[in-house]
Structure formats: C-alpha cells, structure tokens
Design a protein around this ligand. Structure first.
Ligand code: ZN
Length: 58
C-alpha cells in the first residue's frame, strides 16, 4: 500500500523531518499526492510527491 514515510532525513541539516500532511480520510494515498514535512532542527519545509507505483517492481 502506498504510504509516505512518517519521518525523513533533512536534506539540509541531517535532522529529522516529521510528516505534516494528514492522511486522507479513507487512508488511501494516491500517486502524485504532495506530502509536506517539517524539519525539527532547521524548521525547513519539504514537499515530496508520492511516486507512481506502476511499473518497475512487479
Ligand atoms: Zn533541517
């Protein structure tokens, strides 16, 4: 099931970025959805696009 990571590593400072975006009510993330993270150390915001699952691995 497609699901964003709850945390990612900050590209700038190496700190932990926490997921800001709330999941959809039905819990079904769609490819192309934009999820935002906030770094707890440098307070930078990162927006990631959920990848399209079609394709490579099976
Ligand atoms: Zn940071």
């Amino acid at each position: 099931m497609l699901e964003p990571e709850p945390t990612i590593v900050c590209i700038d400072c190496g700190g932990t970025c926490h997921l800001l975006t709330h999941p959809p009510e039905d819990g079904a993330w769609e490819p192309g959805d934009i999820v935002a993270y906030r770094c707890q150390d440098c307070r930078d915001r990162w927006d990631l696009v959920l990848p399209d699952e079609d394709g490579d691995d099976e």
